[in-house]
Design a protein around this ligand. Structure first.
Ligand code: URA
Length: 242
């Protein structure tokens, strides 16, 4: 049976106001459920109900999952005094939205943003070895043996070397190299530090895949969309969540 919750609690969680503000809003007749005005903050509603507060439709799904093509220049934090954050690109006032993992300020690409703490935790947990694939432009050509080095693991200055990673050299020229690298960990600045370990510098970095979720090519940097049901199901399967 579908779970029903108090309307004042749901609207407060969605950021329509504090619980006491919402109570006043409801009592003054500014909220409708399935087209009917409700006046009791105790009214119970479920995810199928059509709730509108001050003319704005409330999305009552249990959780929300956004796929953002993160542009360079913003940070993966809820608030930041100096920098723009990824949340300035997502038009959603929900308070408990978090990015799944962090990308550096200058890194672009696939960033999942959700209020599903369990899925977030499982995707980031080292125990699940969730794959992350990056495209990178490197400052100089890369030798074939780098593939073997990255497969075995390299010393990036932590307690232990990196775990197995897969390097694909897409294009090597005299001045630079375009690569795809898949890692199964999420250490701080990991990709940049792995290339530093072999004497190279990352000029440009973009995440293109997380587990089996691909970056949507139709999303321009700064654009986002919700995950499809299939994408979400597949993602949950990767961490044995159904
Ligand atoms: N590795 C990095 O070095 N930076 C990122 O943003 C992600 C992975």
């Amino acid at each position: 049976m579908e779970k029903k919750n108090r309307i004042d609690k749901l609207l407060a969680n969605l950021g329509f106001g504090t619980r006491s503000e919402i109570k006043k809003i409801i009592k003054s007749g500014r909220v409708t459920v399935n087209g009917e005005m409700v006046k009791s903050p105790e009214t119970k509603v479920g995810y199928e109900d059509d709730v509108v507060c001050d003319g704005v439709k409330a999305i009552l799904k249990e959780h929300i999952y956004y796929l953002l093509n993160k542009p360079a220049g913003c940070v993966c934090a809820r608030e930041d005094k100096l920098n723009e954050t990824v949340f300035s690109y997502v038009d959603d006032t929900r308070k408990n939205l978090s990015p799944v993992g962090r990308l550096d300020k200058d890194t672009e690409g696939l960033l999942l943003i959700t209020d599903d703490g369990e899925l977030n935790h499982l995707l980031m947990s080292p125990a699940h070895h969730v794959k992350k694939t990056y495209e990178a432009v490197i400052d100089a050509p890369i030798e074939e043996n780098a593939k073997e080095l990255f497969k075995k693991g390299v010393d990036i200055g932590d307690d232990k070397p990196t775990s197995e990673a897969f390097l694909e050299i897409i294009e090597n020229t005299n001045e630079r190299c375009l690569v795809r690298l898949t890692i199964k960990e999420g250490r701080y600045h990991q990709v940049k530090r792995m290339f530093e370990a072999i004497g190279r510098k990352v000029f440009y970095l973009k995440r293109v895949k997380l587990a089996n979720l691909d970056l949507d090519d139709t999303l321009k940097p700064g654009e986002y969309r919700e995950l499809t049901e299939t994408e979400l199901e597949e993602l949950k399967k990767c961490v044995n969540l159904s």
